[in-house]
Each structure stands twice: as C-alpha cells, then as structure tokens.
Design a protein around this ligand. Structure first.
Ligand SMILES: *[C@@H]1O[C@H](CO)[C@@H](O)[C@H](O)[C@H]1NC(C)=O
Ligand SMILES: *[C@@H]1O[C@H](CO)[C@@H](O)[C@H](O)[C@H]1NC(C)=O
Length: 429
C-alpha cells in the first residue's frame, strides 16, 4: 500500500480519478487510499457489467442473407456521395497491408448455405469489349467454392455481371428475386465510361472496378518478401543508352499526357513512342516481347494514365515494374504509395515544374548508383495478382453478405473523382 502522503505521480490511476471525479471539490473523501481503491473497483465493476450486457445483446440472424437488415452503408449510396464502404475500405497508414486486405470473403463461410444450394451460377449478361464468354471456367481457376459461369440467359442465376462499355440500353436484364445480385463490371476511368442508361442506374448491388471502395477492386497487390531475396542482378543501369519509352495507342486524352511528353522533350528528355501515336511499331500480339526488348535499352518508362482519377492505375505501371526493368515515371490519380513498392517509381506529381522533373530524370539517368536505387525494392517486395474477380464474387455468393445497392451509379461514378489535365491537376508549370 502506498503511503497517503506519497506524491500523486506514484498513483497515476488514482490521481486521474481524483482529478476528474465528482469528489474533486471534496478531496478529503478520497484521502484514504482504501477509499480511492474502492472507487476504482466500483468503476471497473460498472464497466465490466456494461461490456457483458453489450456483448450478450442479440445479433442479426447469422443464417440467411435475406434476413440481414440493410445497413447504413446501403444508405450511403442513396446520398449520392462518393462512398466510403467500411468493410472493404483498406485502412490507411501501413502501405502494404491494405492491399492484402482486399481478400476473398465478405463474411464467414456458412456451411448450411453451401450444402443446401451447392453450385452458384454467375450469368454474363453481355460481352467484354465485344468478347463473349470472357471469364475462364472457375472450376480450374478457383476450385474452393463451386460456381459456374454461363452466358445462357435461360438459367436461374445467383449473380449477373453486366459490363458497362457493352451495355445495350434496349437489352435490360430483369431481376428474378431480391436475392439475385446484379454486378457492374467497369475497368475504365469516368472520362472513358459512358453514363449508364437510366434503366440500369439503380440496378446494381455490387461493383467490379479499379476503385478501392469497389466490392471487388481490380488491383495488383504488393507483398513484402519476408525472406530477403538476394537478386542475382545488381546493375540495371549497364547497357541502357536511351532515356524514356512509351507504348501508347490513344493520342489525345483526358489527362493530356501527350502534352507532358512533348514538354519533357523541350527540356531534353527524349521519349521514343511505340504504337499508333509514334513512329515505332510493334504488332499487338507481340507487345510483351517488344516491351521486354525495350526494357534492355531504356532507363524510364512513362506510365502515364489517360485520366487522373482517384485510385485509377493500370497495367502501365505494373508492366514497367514487372514485365520490364524500367523505372516508371507515373502520372495518375492513384495514391502510388499504396499500389507500388516504395522507391520503385518517380511521381510527376512530386515536382513543381516540368523543368524540375526533366532535370531530375537527367540526374537519375546519369548516375548509376541513384538509378539502381530505384530497383532496390526488387529484393524486398513482389507484385502478385489477387484472385480473379469472378472467384472473389463466387466466394462472396457462398458467404453471408449484406444487402446493398447502388441507387444512382452514375452519381457515384461520375462525381468528384477526376481532375482533368495534368497541368491543372498538379499545378505544374
Ligand atoms: C549487357 O550486355 C551484355 C552483352 O549483351 C550482356 O552480356 C550483359 O549481361 C548485359 N548486362 C546487363 C547488366 O544486362
Ligand atoms: C439488390 O438491389 C436491389 C435494388 O436494385 C434490391 O432491391 C435488393 O434487395 C438488392 N439485393 C441484395 C441481395 O443486396
């Protein structure tokens, strides 16, 4: 027992109680340490009783998805706000765990649902850029959960996938029951997504898009290698004699990336352009081989997105990192620290002017040590493909999922996530 004359610092908990208790004005009441202790015990007892009460309160029925009440996240979509969906929103802070968190299930696997209903059916309502049957058989890709994918509209489907760019306004699916899940697939950024026709606008329950708040985000994952992988290659600078490469087929874009490329050349950073927008050609079906070949000679790759929109990042980044061994110079609206390994890229957004960016690229391009530092991540991180979105969707059909819907998809998709051209978006001069 502490002596009652001991300084309060030695009794931090009692000191706290003492200062903030209603007895503050009457300190004599708490002078005696055993009295102080009594109040601590009393407070703890009340806290425990409260916790017990809270944890014993009845939960929502864990058995049937359709008994689960709509939660506030469903209402969030009615507000037409860009949504923040708590259960799939990766936590900020650590750069890499969030992407790992985008995982298979939406809840606990429920054996009763599995045994009763067996195989789930996913119907592809339309094509993917004119390509029908664009999802490979799930039995091979993800055998853990039984699902089949079909384009046969006569079967009763548990989920229907509609690809936005191939929507025909005259061909609207009808929902068979409130439990049937309508899912919208769209990999494009808003400037390249046509508004969906009114009749489709309040149809969808789930989304498959690049956005991190999508139900099934289309993303790569960055994983930390837990064992140091000593790379056999230490020098990525040797043999590289050219500055920047750019594979591109759309020459005029919402991000105005094409004007950044010409500005860079004004400051001495030359870019060789492959594809419809430049003099160099590579047959489409050999694109990967061309890319690898270029990667032997070029220091940088321009991973410039066609639109500067929140979360929007495409294979342009991952190709530079993975397929080739170039340092990507990135232009886009994603938080790159969340999608690429640290120290693996140069972000246009971090410079005050094009001139400054150009000078930095020249500096890195003339300094083997500095250049190789942009490849150090290869020893510590790797990029992995998350399970195919159809596998994740299948898994969620087999688990308990909350009821949700996008009451106004157009508003959700088109409000406030894009920033126009790079000059305005980044305030670069
Ligand atoms: C550079 O090129 C030579 C000859 O083609 C090759 O042997 C060497 O491995 C290359 N070095 C690197 C670091 O790629
Ligand atoms: C799907 O969305 C519709 C409205 O578009 C809604 O009535 C239905 O309850 C939703 N179903 C689920 C399982 O979320």
């Amino acid at each position: 027992m502490e002596d009652s004359d001991a300084p309060p610092m030695k009794l931090p908990r009692l000191h706290w109680l003492h200062r903030w208790s209603p007895f503050h004005e009457r300190p004599t009441l708490l002078r005696n340490p055993s009295q102080k202790l009594f109040f601590v015990y009393l407070a703890s007892f009340i806290a425990c009783a409260f916790l017990l009460y809270v944890s014993s309160a009845p939960n929502a029925s864990p058995n049937l998805a359709d008994e689960v009440k709509p939660r506030s996240e469903v209402n969030a979509f009615r507000d037409v706000q860009p949504v923040r969906v708590s259960s799939h929103e990766p936590t900020r802070g650590n750069h890499f765990t969030p992407i790992k968190d985008i995982s298979l299930d939406g809840g606990a696997k429920d054996p009763s649902i599995l045994s009763e209903e067996g195989v789930k059916t996913i119907l592809l309502w339309n094509s993917f850029f004119k390509q029908p049957d664009y999802i490979p058989p799930l039995s091979q890709m993800c055998p853990e959960y039984p699902c089949r994918v079909t384009s046969d509209r006569s079967v009763e489907a548990d989920a229907v996938i509609v690809h936005l760019r191939d929507i025909d306004p005259a061909d609207v699916p009808k929902r068979r029951s409130p439990d049937q899940i309508f899912t919208l697939l769209n990999a494009e950024a808003p400037p390249y997504s046509p508004p969906i026709p009114e009749v489709f606008n309040d149809l969808f329950n789930w989304t498959i898009t690049y956005r991190l708040d999508a139900d099934f985000p289309l993303m790569k994952r960055v994983e930390t290698l837990y064992r140091y992988k000593k790379s056999d290659k230490l020098d990525y600078f040797a043999n590289k004699t050219k500055m920047a490469a750019w594979f591109v087929s759309h020459c005029s874009t919402a991000s105005e990336r094409e004007t950044l490329v010409s500005e860079l050349s004004r400051y001495g950073v030359h870019t060789d352009i492959v594809g419809t927008c430049g003099p160099l050609k590579c047959p489409r079906e050999q694109a990967d081989d061309c890319f690898r070949e270029f990667s032997k000679h070029y220091l940088f790759y321009l991973s410039f997105e066609n639109a500067i929109c929140t979360d929007y990042v495409t294979e342009k980044l991952f190709n530079a990192l993975e397929l080739g061994e170039m340092v990507p110079v990135v232009l886009g609206g994603a938080d790159y620290s969340r999608v690429a390994p640290p120290g693996s890229y140069i972000n246009v957004n971090k410079f005050a002017s094009v001139k400054e960016l150009a000078h930095y690229l020249q500096k890195v391009g003339n300094d083997p040590k500095l250049y190789n530092s942009y490849h150090k991540w290869r020893n510590f991180y790797q990029l992995t493909e998350p399970p195919h979105y159809a596998c994740r969707l299948c898994a969620r059909l087999h688990t308990i999922h909350r009821r949700r819907m996008y009451q106004d998809f157009n508003a959700y998709w088109h409000s406030n996530t894009c920033h126009g051209g790079w000059r305005k978006a980044y305030k670069l001069n």
